[in-house]
Design a binder for this molecule. Structure first.
Ligand code: SF4
Length: 159
């Protein structure tokens, strides 16, 4: 599949986050999610046509300006709905020795069973997977909102 030249975001990049994965990270807020989890913390990211479109080339320039970042985190929204654009950004930051975390409302099993998700899944070092389930909400959990969600260290598992 050809690499897209743009990505649809819900918000501008957020550098220097310490709550979206290990270390200092830049968050990419992807726009669009079809899961509609009750109690979703970010419902304005659901509309597939909401947010704004931005050239990947511009984001790469912006990313180069952020210093001391350990990595990038895809959040949203559902990053895997823009799999090729996110994979392109993931490859770019990895070429600069950043690591890649991604949230997804899909489970690892769902993502790994569907070829269309693999270009991004292959680049992700740590996946926080599964939908937000209100009945399992737990504010004490690091980096996730409900107990069903898992922090999967994929790059370690691949070794
Ligand atoms: S997967 Fe995430 S963004 Fe999508 S509805 Fe669920 S909590 Fe919201």
């Amino acid at each position: 599949m050809p690499v897209p030249t743009t990505i649809r975001l819900a918000s501008p990049l957020t550098p220097d986050s310490i709550v979206d994965g290990d270390g200092l990270r830049t968050v990419v807020w992807t726009q669009g999610c079809l899961l509609r989890c009750p109690g979703c913390h970010n419902p304005r990211t659901h509309d597939l046509h909401g947010g704004f479109e931005v050239p990947l080339a511009l984001l790469k320039i912006e990313l180069r300006q952020f210093k001391l970042q350990r990595g990038i985190t895809f959040s949203g929204g559902e990053p895997f709905l823009q799999v090729e654009a996110c994979a392109e950004l993931a490859r770019y930051v990895k070429s600069r020795n950043w690591d890649v975390w991604s949230y997804s409302g899909f489970t690892y099993e769902q993502l790994s069973a569907d070829e269309k998700f693999l270009p991004l899944l292959r680049e992700v070092d740590v996946l926080v997977d599964g939908p937000f389930i209100l009945a399992e909400r737990d504010l004490t959990l690091p980096f996730r909102g409900s107990r069903n969600q898992r922090i999967l260290k994929l790059s370690e598992l691949r070794k």
